[in-house]
Design a protein around this ligand. Structure first.
Ligand code: NDP
Length: 481
């Protein structure tokens, strides 16, 4: 066999397309205003260089934003016919599409994800969420929520750093379609793309105060969700913070949805098309550096094909290109923050200590920036931390099974229940497994596919409530059935 020793030429997207400004402000009442919190500096995780300074909210700013959102709700948004609300959502969807290239660059610079993912995944899907929900705005009374479904009021929303723009769209679009107004806090490390979205929202002439964006740290999120003027809380993030929010909201009249962590089983049967399954395994755990709540982080492979799958998987993972997220050929970008890199490193080290076998892709790792090479642990048992805890990084734990019942038992042996994957040729097995798995989303012969029409959400410690589709709208309406 001849070995072709060639390299991809660099294919970097231009950072200038992001038009990143030196300074960004909060977006409150339709205006960009400086908050009274301490400025934060957001860095490019691939270079560790500062990108921009962002003004943050104080508790007083949270008060202001909530009362502005209340006024916009009472005076304008809750009274507007759904067909009119829908027009604004369509405009925002188009605005995202028009500025797609710029948004992709901003997202990649601020988050560290590969440009091909922000360009082909995050940004178009964010636009699709606004398009999809625009279509609902004038049809709510035909959706089975009763003859005259009512919005809840002001939604307080907190989102994480792994899909900053997409999570903003997931949260804002259904809230607005149902007639609520919004105060939303992005993650501290990724505030930029939602502030570009704020410009798009302003250009769409959305009535002032309908969407308010408050950059800041966890204390701003806490002040927001606990604010008495908020009627509905939607949170995506860690199970620990979700648990704290649920405890603090207990006994209040606030409606709550929580989208938390996961430890999904990706189950490969011996009759699966192995090469395709390998692609699905790679996409399941290495997409977005594994910073995905529904990542297929536990591979359950049938014992009779385990050796073959593992060999093919290692060979395939060794071809993944890690490095500059702005390069169009990059598969694995940067870890979003030093803290996250440390968390991943510590959990992977726990895998060594507990006796699993670590395999690391032989790819070169840049000496600047936060990077973690794709890693596959085999010989993993269910009691190990790498099998139980969410690593939220490019680390796969491989377990084996012999029978479908064993696969079900192992897949469900987790405090989480967000997603799962099944790889098999047999349709009946897909259906049987899907109904036995305690997971909100079950993919068959694919993984990590997202669509605004599909309800997404978890069981157990992965949270409750659904986002997307008709079910997601119900979370923003008074009459849910
Ligand atoms: P967090 O849950 O801390 O962050 C999610 C969002 O909540 C951020 O906007 C954060 O602000 C905010 N926040 C933090 N504390 C509070 C609070 N007390 N009340 C309200 N909002 C708050 O997750 P981390 O970023 O710390 O990540 C830790 C781990 O969580 C990861 O390793 C991963 O396992 C998991 N995770 C899961 C996600 C998912 O999609 N399921 C998403 C992100 C993380 P700030 O950014 O300023 O901290």
């Amino acid at each position: 066999m001849t070995h072709l020793d060639w390299e991809y030429a660099p294919a970097p997207e231009s950072a200038a397309i992001g038009r990143i400004k030196e300074r960004y402000s909060m977006f409150v009442g339709g205006k960009f205003v400086d908050g009274q919190g301490e400025d934060l500096k957001t860095v490019n995780p691939a270079t560790e260089e500062p990108l921009a300074v962002v003004s943050t909210a104080s508790t007083a700013d949270v008060d202001t934003a909530v009362s502005v959102a209340r006024k916009a709700y009472d005076d304008v948004w809750s009274r507007m016919p759904g067909a009119e609300r829908g027009k604004y959502l369509y405009r925002i969807a188009r605005g995202i599409a028009e500025r797609a290239r710029e948004l992709a660059v901003v997202e990649t610079l601020d988050n560290g994800k590969p440009i091909k993912e922000s360009r082909d995944g995050d940004v178009p899907t964010a636009s699709a969420h606004f398009f999809y929900h625009a279509g609902w705005a004038d049809k709510l009374e035909h959706a089975g929520y009763g003859p005259d479904p009512k919005p809840l009021g002001v939604a307080g929303q907190v989102i994480p750093w792994n899909f900053p723009l997409l999570m903003a769209a997931w949260k804002i679009a259904p809230a607005l379609a149902a007639g609520n107004t919004v105060v939303i806090k992005p993650a501290e490390t990724t505030p930029l793309s939602i502030l570009v979205l704020a410009e798009i929202i302003a250009d769409a002439d959305l009535p002032p105060g309908v969407v308010n964006i408050l950059p800041g740290a966890g204390d701003v999120g806490s002040a927001l969700v606990n604010h008495p003027g908020v009627d509905k809380v939607a949170f995506t993030g860690s199970t620990a913070v979700g648990r704290a929010i649920q405890a603090s909201l207990a006994g209040t009249r606030k409606k709550l949805t929580l989208e938390l962590g996961g430890k999904a089983a990706n189950i490969v049967f011996d009759d699966a098309p192995i090469d395709q399954a390998v692609e699905g395994i790679v996409n399941g755990i290495f997409f977005n550096q594994g910073h995905v709540c529904c990542a297929g982080s536990r591979l359950l492979v049938q014992e009779s094909v385990a050796e073959e799958v593992l060999a093919k998987l290692r060979a395939r993972v060794a071809t993944l290109r890690l490095g500059d997220p702005m390069d169009k050929n990059t598969d694995i970008g940067a870890i979003n923050s030093r803290e996250q890199l440390e968390r991943i490193t510590a959990l992977a080290d726990a895998g060594d200590e507990e006796g699993a076998e670590r395999w690391t892709s032989p790819c070169a790792v840049p000496d600047r920036g936060f990077f973690f090479p794709p890693t596959v642990f085999s010989g993993v048992s269910q009691s190990m931390r790498i099998s139980r805890e969410e690593i939220f990084g490019p680390v796969l734990s491989v377990l084996t099974f012999r029978t479908p019942d064993e696969a079900i038992a192992k897949a469900n042996n987790t405090p989480y229940g967000l997603s799962a994957g099944i790889w098999t040729e047999k349709g009946s097995r897909i259906l049987g497994m899907a109904s036995a798995l305690r997971a909100g989303v079950v993919w068959s012969n694919t993984f990590n596919r997202f669509d605004p029409t599909a309800a997404f959400g978890g069981y157990k410690e992965s949270g409750f409530g659904r986002e997307g589709g008709r079910a997601g709208l119900g979370a923003y309406l008074q009459e849910e059935n």
